[in-house]
Design a protein around this ligand. Structure first.
Ligand SMILES: [Zn+2]
Length: 229
């Protein structure tokens, strides 16, 4: 009995609702890819979430205002640098649920330049990766992906689209990263990329993705973003 007792941990209480309720969160993607992230964040207490839908073709193919999320403000926007910069600069944290790899890389550039934390995800079939990029500490996506063995990024959106089960797994993980970072609970290293293969169950953590001194994007930002504690 005593041996069993040693495994019983006293539950800790954390306050994430308070910090989440006031944090500006920008989810970039589409009405279908961003929905469960916004739902997770809303149920955790987030009240200032913008879902920026840049897939306007999706809207034309049957989505209407009734499809807009009940958990956040939904904004349809054309993908232009000026538009995306505007949304990023208003937010405290940015979540990437985009399906276009070139847009993902551009979003990394914008977040690094604007000194905003980016929670990146990339899905290829049943495999995905998650990376939380903290300007001033982290490598930018252009530096991080080749180190993580992901240097062959597709030039255009890949098909067929990932299945919902994979998307929701990724969304849940990204939501948790946002909650942890904003509420200052748990650990968000900012230099670790997580890779998971849902079919084989293989899980890999790529560590040490620090900002590169010689990179004009992430190197220039070293030490710039101070996280208040
Ligand atoms: Zn870099």
């Amino acid at each position: 009995m005593s041996a069993e007792k040693s495994f019983v941990r006293k539950p800790q209480t954390y306050n994430w609702q308070g910090p989440l309720s006031t944090a500006g969160i920008c989810v970039l993607g589409s009405l279908s890819t961003g929905q469960s992230v916004t739902r997770n964040l809303y149920r955790a207490g987030a009240r200032k979430v913008n879902l920026v839908n840049v897939d306007l073709s999706e809207k034309e193919s049957g989505y209407s205002s009734s499809n807009k999320s009940e958990f956040c403000q939904t904004i349809d926007a054309e993908w232009t640098i000026a538009n995306i910069e505007g949304f990023v600069q208003e937010a405290e944290i940015v979540i990437d649920t985009l399906s276009d790899w070139q847009q993902k890389l551009t979003l990394s550039d914008i977040c690094m330049d604007s000194e905003k934390v980016l929670i990146h995800s990339g899905i290829t079939g049943f495999r995905f990766q998650i990376y939380t990029m903290i300007p001033g500490r982290s490598a930018c996506l252009r530096c991080a992906l080749p180190v993580a063995g992901i240097d062959q990024v597709p030039l255009s959106p890949t098909g067929p689209p990932a299945i919902d089960a994979v998307i929701e797994l990724v969304d849940a993980w990204q939501s948790l990263e946002a909650i942890k970072y904003l509420a200052k609970i748990g650990i968000v290293q900012g230099n670790e990329l997580f890779k998971f293969d849902c079919l084989s169950g293989e899980f890999e953590v790529i560590r040490g993705l620090d900002a590169k001194l010689d990179c004009p994007d992430c190197g220039r930002k070293i030490g710039r973003l101070k996280r208040s504690s």
